[in-house]
Design a protein around this ligand. Sequence first.
Ligand code: 5IU
Length: 258
Amino acid sequence: IHRSLSFRERGMQKQTHPVARRLFDIMEQKQTNLCFSADVDNFAELLELADKIGQYICCIKTHVDIMEDFSAQNIKSLKELSVRHNFLIFEDRKFADIGNTVRSQYTGGIYKISDWCDITNAHSLPGPGIVSGLKSSLDDKSTRACLLIAEMSSQGNLADSKYKQSTVEMASEHGDFVIGFICTSKVSENPSHIHFTPGVKLINGVDGFGQKYLTPDEVIRRRGSDVIIVGRGITESANRIKTAKEFQEAGWMAYNRR
Ligand code: 5IU
């Protein structure tokens, strides 16, 4: 009889990247596979949310280029909260250029993403050079990792099954940096890979721009993903803290049922 490995067991695999191991450990310790997509435009709100719902999440996902008041000090405060509440920081940068350019975008400019984010992500479209480029800028590859975008949650996206398959192959060749995928269902049989799925709400639906929503149970139990990414499901709730807890419970229950 086939039993799928627990997050803890997957964290202990020899080939699991240290950042993925940290994430698997956090998930088991805090019993949460909720990644909060903090799509707000100011740090006062972001830091308050991170502090109040930090206990319910394994990871916070940022879009730094949305922030009106980005500063190294504000990032430092987020980092402190991530230590206090034990969650990882994932900058949803979606790199998509040639290796030489993404290398500068990752390390340079105003944001200096590689200085502070545990996890970032990249499109596989440009080919493996994008991964090599990002990776080449790191002194210590054990503290930074990347997810490849194998599938998107939006209607009409162009990532077909061949694209997805090639993305998984690309990830497998860069296990020292790529720890998993953004996807709408499990794409890799490698237990070291982590699957993150956006487009999650407590009921199915769509937004006005083609974003498709599935429930935590559909995504985690039926489709075999690992982490739910939730933005507006929480930020647009009248009681964000209580709702975050509901997503944590729904996600964890779906994991335990599969
Ligand atoms: N996001 C998606 N779909 C994708 C990818 C990223 O929704 O395929 I790649 C991001 C966009 C947004 C968050 O920051 O995940 C989802 O937010 P909502 O839960 O508010 O739809």
